[in-house]
Ligand binder design. Structure first.
Ligand code: ADP
Ligand code: GLC
Length: 469
């Protein structure tokens, strides 16, 4: 089967979060199963672009409202990612340093999608599946079915994977002219709540839709940022498929980012060596439990609660633990977290920014990973932390609920709580401090979690079954 994934992110080319990790791994595992899976994404100005060689494979042009854009498709020359990688270059629109966050993001991603569809329409053959990810690619099925120039693509089956339904790609109706000449009788497919809603359109037009965990699909029926009734209506074609993790990248035995690599036989000493390195570097105490947070500093991740949670825990539990935070996002959360450092020096350290190497070192050197997310479609951090023998402290929601079982339950191994309140999170932290004091139990749990299999093999196969269906 030939599959083309359309996405805004793909690790290690460009990543802002878990979407990049998934699109950088799933196609590789689909290829290992004997299929031909490819990825097409925008050509941003990232390090990867300058460090690798590319061949030009196509040049084309399209109109978008009153503008005329020329685009070039380049292909990574050596298949170093384990799949064919295509980048779309549209001058002045896509070739920027960051993936998102520009005033013209709507124009950038609509143009990207038009270029993808235009390019596929020039292929000598049809791929079997066009697999689109999140709202930045969710207009592709509509364009393939309803734009007059591309209707010959309408028989190709499309799948939409929803990594996050909070962001939907809203556009006012004035921007409908961006979409290449389309069948105006089909306006209802674009429409949701008086605007064009790219994600809603993808849900309506794709042959199948999936979320990245079962738990999240269930939640979307009553909490989907306005799309609840659509999920209810389309439930027949919606599925939950849990993400995997790329064990070529996330493996403590081979991870080149780590100070000390480790496996089941030597994790005790080696994890401590990694912890020591972090504690020396960040002025923390290696004899205390080290609790980390890694992620986007936004409300979805309940990062706004972190300053109070950290302050209260250290104050009321008399500094029995240390915190290390790595993240970037909302300015006010960044500022509060930075400010707190002055008061809690020696107990807490914030690293504001994005740092891939440090994230690996933190998964390896920490004792606990905190994820109090309000919304978590899947969550990869908890799966990385399991693999690295770091016990997750999670709120029971979405993919976190599907992957972490409280150590108080039979066969359990993590710390779970229900409510996104400072009190509940602090209670969970209190439990982690108590658990840390029980060396034998900690040791047993670490050994247990390092062996949990969340590799992509199984889920990659489930996607193939979905395509076949
Ligand atoms: P989301 O995609 O919602 O941000 P996930 O848990 O699926 O959440 O994936 C987050 C990914 O991004 C993980 O690979 C995590 O390690 C990484 N990450 C998030 N923030 C940072 C950061 N500041 N520095 C390095 N890696 C980060
Ligand atoms: C999104 C979700 C996250 C998920 C990731 C990869 O960014 O917020 O929970 O793990 O996509 O699917």
């Amino acid at each position: 089967m030939e599959i083309i994934h359309v996405s805004a992110e793909c690790y290690p080319v460009a990543k802002a979060g878990g979407l990049g990790d998934v699109v950088g791994a799933l196609p590789k595992y689909q290829n290992k199963l004997g299929h031909i899976a490819k990825v097409v994404m925008p050509m941003y100005r990232t390090k990867f672009l300058y460090e690798h060689s590319f061949d030009v494979v196509h040049k084309g042009a399209f109109g978008m409202a009153n503008y005329w854009f020329e685009y070039t498709v380049i292909k990574e020359a050596n298949n170093i990612l384990g799949f064919d990688l295509y980048l779309i270059d549209i001058n002045n629109l896509l070739d920027r340093e960051k993936v998102y966050g520009y005033d013209d993001d709507v124009e950038r991603f609509v143009a990207f999608q038009i270029a993808v569809v235009d390019w596929i329409s020039k292929w000598h053959h049809h791929p079997d599946i066009v697999h689109v990810h999140d709202h930045q690619a969710a207009l592709v099925p509509f364009m393939m079915q309803n734009c007059f120039a591309y209707r010959h693509l309408s028989s190709i089956k499309t799948i939409l994977t929803i990594h996050n339904a909070q962001y939907q790609g809203w556009m006012d109706w004035g921007k409908s002219q961006y979409i290449p000449d389309w069948d105006k009788y089909k306006w209802g497919l674009l429409e949701w709540d008086h605007t064009i809603n790219a994600l809603a359109c993808g849900i309506k037009c794709a042959a199948k839709v999936n979320t990245v965990s079962h738990g999240y699909l269930e939640e979307l029926r009553y909490n989907a940022n306005g799309l609840e009734s659509l999920f209810e209506y389309e439930r027949g074609k919606c599925f939950g498929i849990l993400n995997g993790i790329d064990t070529d990248v996330w493996n403590p035995e081979t991870d080149h980012y780590l100070e000390a690599k480790y496996g089941l036989d030597n994790f005790k000493e080696q994890k401590q060596a990694n912890k020591k390195e972090l504690c020396v570097r960040f002025n923390l105490d290696e004899t205390k439990p080290l609790i980390i947070f890694i992620g986007r500093l936004v409300g979805e991740k309940a990062a706004d609660l972190l300053p109070q949670v950290i302050g209260d825990s250290i104050y009321y539990m008399e500094g029995k633990m240390n915190f290390l935070v790595l993240g970037s996002g909302e300015k006010y959360i960044e500022d509060q977290l930075s400010h707190l450092h002055n008061h809690l020096f020696g107990y807490y350290n914030p690293q504001i920014g994005y740092n891939e190497q440090l994230s690996h070192r933190m998964y390896a050197g920490a004792d606990f990973l905190l994820m109090p997310s309000r919304v978590e479609p899947c969550g990869l951090n908890q799966m990385y932390s399991l693999r690295y023998g770091t016990i997750p402290i999670v709120r029971r929601t979405g993919g976190l609920q599907d992957t972490v079982k409280d150590f108080g339950e039979e066969g359990g191994f993590g710390i779970c709580f229900n409510v996104d309140s400072v009190g509940d999170i602090c209670n969970a932290i209190h439990r982690s401090v108590e658990l840390y004091a029980e060396h034998k139990k900690m040791h047993h749990i670490i050994k247990q979690i390092m062996q949990i299999d969340h590799s992509w093999e199984k889920s990659a196969e489930i996607y193939i079954n979905l395509y076949n269906s």
